[in-house]
Write a protein that binds this ligand. Structure first.
Ligand SMILES: *Cc1c(COP(=O)(O)O)cnc(C)c1O
Length: 464
């Protein structure tokens, strides 16, 4: 399988180079040059274990498999605290797909446990090293650290705004003491961290000399890992209900997770609708309702990992929606960069932007009400991100099709929201409890790109 850029002017490359590159050189995103049709294989896949199924789903996308992915998949799955990696539970009329059984209790572990191992193998093959620079406001930083800690040929430097992320999230990062992990607490905001990162990445000679890279959500390997659980969950729910078709409700920020669902559908998984659920940062739900993709100001919500108003993976969807025409993608993205808006016409046959998607949003009151409802009616406590998806799904019922809601974080990660919703002591988790008095390591730095640059230069050996 070769990968092409959504902007059409980069050379096609194989899977290993896609893993190491992240973005394509022309600024586009890599996508597979064709989507395999697996419909004839669904019956044979139905009874496979999660790791076996993952290998089958991933295989056509990684060929020729020079990284030998099967053991990497098995090890990534073994990092989860349940053998089936992503179990499905029943909550009232809905099914909940629990994606939070990994080391940091958030669904980003599904992709980053595998990406960390892929990086290590690809770097060995290419005989080079990689220094990851990331700015985080929460979940991504800890999942990225957990994915690469202790791995050879990789160092990770994570900027977080000192005192401005939840103490729990800070401890999830700073209690990791591996030598290749550097937590840089910047005296500033999350935007300062982003700005420092952009400044350093824009310095191309520096970027090359220090072999800097990102673990951003546009990396194709992340999407690929996430396609797997759509198949696995659909099979479990088909077994339990006898229904052939299912729906998924996905709490969305960067359009990564739900894009993986879209690929699963295109591969032949029988899915009735994909329910796209946002918090009040609703650029994506407005797009699927009106065809206008237009950024607004970002507001802080109870589901911070979805506080996004420019979804980095949207460009992949746009490529297909615009008839696989890279020129049209370039035009649309340029228009978005210039004016903050791009338009996609509704389809005359059905008057909809895309009949596969059903979009909605849940504001703070609806999110809190959903957490409360689940606890009171079903004894099940969702985290605030999960609650956004549950809320939109429950307001759009279809009794003829089972709905599977993706649960993207464990509620113990967001105790304040749960407390506010229920008035009760929030659930705990032993992984988080153990952090309470674990030793920590971090370096405090001013929000100054020059100081961060000097820190990197000091800790990254000259390549030889
Ligand atoms: C990142 C994240 C999301 C959003 O996922 P996208 O792929 O960005 O749409 C939802 N919930 C949690 C807990 C997350 O960490």
């Amino acid at each position: 399988m070769q990968y092409i850029s959504t902007r059409g002017t980069s050379e096609p490359v194989g899977f290993t180079d896609v893993v190491l590159a992240g973005l394509a050189p022309d600024g586009g995103l890599y996508i597979p040059d064709r989507i395999p049709d697996v419909q004839r294989r669904l019956d044979a896949w139905r009874h496979l274990s999660y790791p076996e199924l993952a290998y089958e789903v991933v295989r056509p996308f990684v060929e020729p498999d020079e990284l030998d992915v099967r053991p990497l998949i098995e090890e990534s799955c073994a990092a989860f605290d349940v053998p089936d990696v992503a179990p499905v539970v029943r909550v009232g009329d809905l099914f909940v797909l629990e994606l939070f059984h990994g080391p940091t209790l958030a669904f980003k572990d599904v992709a980053l446990q595998w990406l960390g191992r892929l990086f290590a193998r690809a770097l060995e093959l290419r005989d080079r090293d990689l220094n990851i620079l990331a700015a985080t406001s929460g979940d991504t930083g800890s999942a990225a650290i957990a994915g690469v800690r202790g791995r050879p040929r990789i160092r990770i430097f994570v900027l977080h705004p000192r005192g401005r992320i939840s103490p729990l999230q800070e401890r999830q990062m700073t209690t990791v003491l591996d030598e290749n992990v550097h937590n840089l607490a910047v005296d500033g905001t999350f935007d300062d961290g982003q700005r420092i990162m952009k400044t350093l990445f824009a310095d191309v000679p520096l970027k090359e000399r220090l072999r800097l890279g990102a673990v951003n959500s546009v990396n194709w390997a992340r999407i690929l890992a996430q396609i797997v659980y759509y198949f696995h969950a659909a099979f479990r729910v088909q077994e339990r209900t006898g229904c052939e078709r299912v729906r998924f409700s996905v709490p969305t920020g960067n359009f990564g997770d739900i894009l993986a669902g879209w690929y699963a559908v295109r591969m032949g998984l029988p899915v009735d609708r994909l329910i796209l659920a946002t918090n009040s940062n609703d650029i994506l739900s407005r797009f699927f309702q009106t065809g206008a993709y237009s950024a607004g100001p970002v507001s802080a919500t109870l589901s911070p990992s979805m506080d996004i108003q420019a979804a980095s993976n949207f460009e992949r969807y746009l490529f297909y929606r615009l008839g696989r025409n890279p020129e049209a993608v370039r035009e649309a993205m340029n228009s978005f960069a210039r004016t903050g808006t791009l338009h996609v016409p509704v389809q005359p046959e059905n008057g909809s932007v895309d009949p596969l998607f059903l979009a909605g949003c849940a504001d703070t009151a609806e999110t809190l009400a959903e957490i409360r409802h689940c606890v009171e009616a079903h004894g099940y406590c969702p985290d605030p991100h999960t609650a956004v998806g549950l809320s939109v799904a429950r307001r759009n019922p279809d009794p003829s099709v089972p709905t599977i809601c993706l649960a993207t974080a464990h509620p113990a990660k967001f105790p304040e929201a749960v407390q506010q919703a229920t008035g009760q002591t929030p659930p705990t988790h032993p992984v988080l409890d153990r952090l309470a008095d674990a030793p920590t390591r971090r370096v405090d730095l001013p929000a100054d790109p020059d100081v961060v640059r000097a820190y990197l230069e000091k800790h990254i050996p000259v390549s030889g």
